[in-house]
Design a protein around this ligand. Structure first.
Ligand SMILES: Nc1ncnc2c1ncn2[C@@H]1O[C@H](COP(=O)(O)OP(=O)(O)OP(=O)(O)O)[C@@H](O)[C@H]1O
Ligand SMILES: [Mg+2]
Length: 256
């Protein structure tokens, strides 16, 4: 029985081998012009299928993480801000802290790249096959405070099931609702018990967390667990946002 090429493509689709289906025509032409042995042609086609599945899995994990952008450490201009702890950022990017069940706390001045580095580490974890949950602290906590009991439970379960949870921009709006503070406490306590890593970024000094939580005891129990096994990265220096704003102004001025 012979099949036409469109029939083979259809069959590959039915067999859920869409990676091989998509490259079939190219590989057939390649085999013809380079006189490829049939076994080699089959091997490259199967590799196309594997590559396709791998990138689809990464896409799925990226979507599930709820990261809002794919950042990389390579995009950081390290010379702009020598006070950013470069070596410690690369060390985090190795994800050893996740394997060890340790936490990471990125604290310091606005616009110095804490969120950028946190997202780069989170995206690296996605690419390495880890289950990541990214939380934009203020917005997600505000939504949490308005949610019903069932939805709150689901949100907590999602974060407990992840290999790495990123809490980005914690206390940006200073005070958080009482329900959100309790959620934060439950999250930190339960992940600590399971040795699940948390990566937190904040431009608020730790000493003020009690005031933002509205409860000094709660703040110390949260910090106690967070800091027990923790990489602490201090970000100092100038804001990259201000640099970009100044450049925009300069361009505007020269155009006027
Ligand atoms: N050294 C850098 N090189 C290149 N881009 C940078 C650098 N630092 C920051 N940025 C960029 O500047 C913007 C602000 O950085 P980011 O959001 O990471 O700062 P942040 O420390 O989290 O600030 P905040 O405390 O206000 O949340 C982002 O677009 C980021 O990509
Ligand atoms: Mg930030």
């Amino acid at each position: 029985m012979t099949m036409s090429i469109p029939e083979i493509e259809r069959t590959l689709g039915q067999l859920r081998l869409s990676g091989a289906r998509d490259t079939l025509q190219t590989r057939l032409q390649q085999a013809l012009v380079s006189q490829m042995p049939p076994a080699e042609m089959l091997a490259v086609l199967l590799q196309d299928e594997l590559d396709h599945r791998h990138s689809r899995q990464i896409d799925k994990r990226y979507k599930a993480s709820r990261l809002d952008e794919k950042t990389a450490l390579a995009d950081m201009d390290w010379s702009f801000n020598p006070k950013v702890p470069r070596a410690a950022c690369f060390e985090l990017h190795t994800l050893k802290f996740v394997a060890e069940g340790a936490n990471a706390l990125l604290i310091g001045k606005p616009g110095t790249g804490k969120s950028h580095v946190a997202k780069a580490v989170a995206y690296q974890a996605v690419q390495q096959g880890l289950k990541v949950a990214y939380v934009e602290a203020d917005a997600d906590f505000a939504r949490y405070a308005l949610a019903d009991g069932r939805s709150r439970e689901l949100q907590l379960q999602r974060l407990l099931a992840a290999d790495l949870v990123v809490l980005d921009d914690l206390f940006l709006a200073r005070r958080i609702a009482e329900a959100a503070a309790e959620f934060l406490q439950a999250l930190v306590h339960q992940r600590y018990r399971k040795r699940g890593s948390l990566l937190v970024t904040s431009n608020r000094v730790i000493e003020d967390w009690g005031a933002y939580l509205g409860d000094a005891t709660m703040a110390s129990t949260i910090l106690d667990r967070l800091m027990h096994r923790c990489r602490l990265l201090q970000f100092a220096g100038k804001s990259y946002r201000l640099k970009e704003a100044a450049q925009r102004l300069a361009i505007k001025d020269s155009a006027d």
